[in-house]
Write a protein that binds this ligand. Structure first.
Ligand code: EPZ
Length: 437
């Protein structure tokens, strides 16, 4: 936890905003936290089987805290020591997640497959939509039904399965969550499951690596399908999470957008090939030395005529707001089309408050680069949009205030700590007092 946050919270004062005084380039080196989107299904997978699982390099973020709270509510024992979490599911007796627990985190839906696999039953509220879109789960429910789950109502998730049995499942869309839920339900099912048209995000491979370490039989076939042969039980394991590719992409774009030079010590290069190519198109330089990638830019960035988000290995939707913020001062006209989520342009309105020239029409946004951004008070519309506003404020000459920081804390372990380490003038502030460094 950031010292500033501790201090303010210890006095019982609510944290209101991030204050950023921009206009200076970022310089230095930064380590990337463990992956949020990989650790969430791994934590759900700890429900499957006995024994204690140890998850290392687990990011200390809101979504992890909420997932651990759900595991405790189900009867797991959970010990957290910095970035290491120990989870024992021997005494799990409940299969029901309360609305209060589930409503805090949309990805509580990932517990559905794991609860069916462990308990043969799962009761939890429908996850509903969120700031970026309606987020349906029809593909999850279809796939789990094919494994033998029976859903008794449409107003909540109330599923049971006497015995899950393997099936051949073809996903209509390469959904990350549906792929993960199906894997979680299939690993202890009777017989073989083959999932076609799966998501190929690296987070899927991390979940499979964790489960194989516990004794599951999972293979990614040559045609991209995933084959799972059900086993009777899983044993404990120690697993270290890989770096978060979206956080790495965030700081790489911040280095380029501020014309700085930042060494990203554990840059997941192979998982960011398309974003790296876009950064080079913008005029940034990426120098790789082993696990370290140094991102720099001397000149004003160049516009990128066309970027389209797509399932992995395409340009990640989670970096769409970030690249939009980095292109605000690029020379020329850029165009970004978002193909995955229908409400992921809400950051544009906040960026316009800072002088950005962005027009959106349908699923596309056009950015006309301006020579400078001006500081403003803005509000984070969602997790990655919040990080994008930080990136814009770093470029603006003067002090900006960003509220809605609870979104940012869901996915970034300590964006303030990380950016301060790169020379940024960024502090947590509260409305009752001005925090000082
Ligand atoms: C995961 O969400 C990530 N979240 C998202 O990251 C990420 O943006 C997304 O994958 C795409 O990469 C986690 O891993 C916790 P999807 P998920 O199912 O699983 C449609 C972040 O900022 N769809 O691959 O919900 C859906 O509407 C978050 O870290 C259905 O139609 O994404 C969307 O258009 C935001 N029916 C598309 O598929 C379904 O049953 C991709 O969604 C499921 C999905």
């Amino acid at each position: 936890m950031d010292a500033h946050r501790d201090k303010a919270e210890s006095r019982g004062m609510g944290l209101k905003y991030l204050k950023i005084t921009g206009g200076a380039p970022l310089f230095g080196a930064v380590d990337i936290q463990g992956s949020k989107n990989a650790v969430l299904p791994v934590l759900a997978a700890c429900l499957l089987g006995e024994g204690t699982c140890v998850v290392e390099n687990c990011p200390r973020i809101g979504d992890v805290e909420d997932s651990l709270s759900i595991l405790r509510s189900l009867g797991c024992s959970v010990e957290q020591n910095g970035n290491t979490v120990r989870i024992n599911a021997d005494k799990v007796e409940s299969y029901s997640i309360s609305a209060q627990e589930a409503s805090r985190i949309r990805s509580s839906v990932l517990f559905l497959g794991a609860l069916l696999g462990r308990m043969g039953r799962a009761v939890l509220p429908l996850p509903g939509g969120c700031a970026i879109g309606s987020r349906p789960i029809d593909l999850h429910l279809q796939a789990l039904s094919q494994l033998g789950a029976v859903f008794v109502t449409e107003h909540a998730i109330d599923a049971s399965a006497k015995r899950l049995r393997g099936a051949k499942i073809s996903l209509r869309l390469p959904s990350v969550g549906a792929t993960e839920n199906t894997i979680l339900a299939a690993v202890l099912a009777d017989g073989e499951t083959v999932i076609e048209n799966t998501a190929r995000e690296p987070e899927i491979d991390e979940l499979c690596a964790f489960l194989k370490l516990r004794g599951a039989k999972i293979e990614r076939l040559k045609n991209g399908s995933i084959q799972i042969r059900g086993v009777r039980s899983l044993h404990s394991a120690v697993y270290r999470m890989k770096p978060d590719r979206i956080v790495a992409g965030t700081y790489a774009l911040a280095a380029a957008a501020t014309q700085g030079r930042v060494a990203i010590r554990n840059f997941p290069h192979s998982e960011l090939e398309i974003p790296a190519a876009v950064l080079k198109q913008m005029g940034a330089k990426l120098e790789r030395e082993g696990a370290v990638t140094t991102v720099s830019a001397q000149e004003r960035l160049r516009a990128v005529p066309y970027i389209e988000t797509a399932p992995y290995p395409g340009f990640p939707t989670d970096l769409q707001s970030l690249v939009m913020a980095a292109l605000c001062r690029a020379a020329g006209e850029s165009r970004i089309c978002e193909t995955l989520f229908e409400s992921r342009f809400r950051t544009a309105a906040e960026l316009r408050k800072m002088g950005a020239r962005i027009s959106t029409q349908g699923s596309c946004a056009c950015i006309s680069g301006v020579s400078g951004l001006c500081p403003s008070s803005v509000e984070a519309p969602d997790l990655r949009g919040g990080a994008a506003l930080v990136l814009a404020a770093l470029q603006a000459q003067g002090s900006s205030m960003i509220t809605g920081t609870q979104y940012i804390e869901r996915g970034y372990e300590d964006i303030c700590r990380d950016l301060r380490g790169l020379g940024a003038d960024i502090v947590w502030e509260s409305d009752e007092t001005n925090e000082t460094d």
